[in-house]
Design a protein around this ligand. Structure first.
Ligand code: C5P
Length: 233
């Protein structure tokens, strides 16, 4: 089987709740993502447990600090054995280069991807924090900065994937949340696409939370997504 293209977001408050979900899926079918909530609750022990079970792990802690601190945090993430991690592009070039240095150069090193502008910000918010220009061109500029600083890719909305793919070439990882299988509840997401649409727009990996974690049968939900995307390159 090819490597999975779905990353399930483990948005749970405790290791116990997350473990109950993890028991219902297997490593060939999905990666698992820990964000701030679960990592704060369950910590590195839980990451190690997922790695022992054979899962690929995305540590989504969105590091943003001075270069030395981020480099050292990324080194710890590499020691933990995570496969993918996030840093904020707004930390600037020196911080991004430090993040990339921190994960080392072994073939198994974590891939480092940048968060451009949070999708929760609108034009008024960006102006208020001193980011001028339209959001799409700022996003592209930050993604270009990430690439030139040696990062492996960025997180982006599926609706941005096509432009980023065409501007940044085929070897830059695009990881997209905001995925909803046709007919699923959109919830609080705004710029959404189906799994097949996101991949066709150039996404490499799809972050999917509630459509899988809240499904009555999570493995069946994953299987149905896998079927939907089986024919997409
Ligand atoms: O449940 P849902 O599929 O909406 O979950 C999406 C996941 O992706 C959540 O863990 C959320 O924090 C994350 N995410 C996002 N938008 C971003 C970055 C991350 O929805 N821009």
């Amino acid at each position: 089987m090819n490597s999975p293209r779905v990353i399930v977001a483990l948005d749970y408050a405790s290791a116990e709740e997350a473990t109950a979900f993890v028991a219902r899926v297997t490593p060939p079918h999905c990666w698992l993502k820990l964000g701030l909530e679960l990592y704060t609750a369950a910590g590195p022990m839980f990451v190690r447990r997922l790695k022992e079970l054979g899962f690929r792990v995305f540590l989504d802690l969105k590091f943003h600090d001075i270069p030395n601190t981020v480099e050292r945090a990324c080194r710890q993430a590499a020691t933990l054995g995570v496969d993918l991690l996030t840093v904020h592009c707004l930390g600037g070039r020196a911080m991004l280069e430090a993040a990339r240095r921190g994960v080392g150069d072994t073939p198994a090193r974590p891939r480092v991807i940048g968060v451009t502008l949070l999708t929760s910000l609108d034009a008024r918010d960006t102006l208020e924090i001193g980011v001028s220009g339209d959001i799409a061109s700022r996003t592209l500029a930050l993604a270009e900065l990430a690439r030139s600083a040696g990062l492996d890719g960025v997180v982006c909305a599926p609706t941005e994937a096509q432009v980023l793919r065409s501007r940044l070439g085929p070897n830059f990882l695009l990881v997209t949340p905001g995925i909803r299988p046709a007919g699923d509840a959109v919830g609080d997401q705004r710029r959404v696409a189906t799994p097949a649409q996101a991949l066709a727009s150039g996404a490499d990996l799809l972050v999917i939370g509630r459509p899988v974690t809240q499904a009555a049968d999570p493995s069946a939900a994953l299987l149905s997504i896998e079927r939907e995307i089986a024919d997409v390159k």
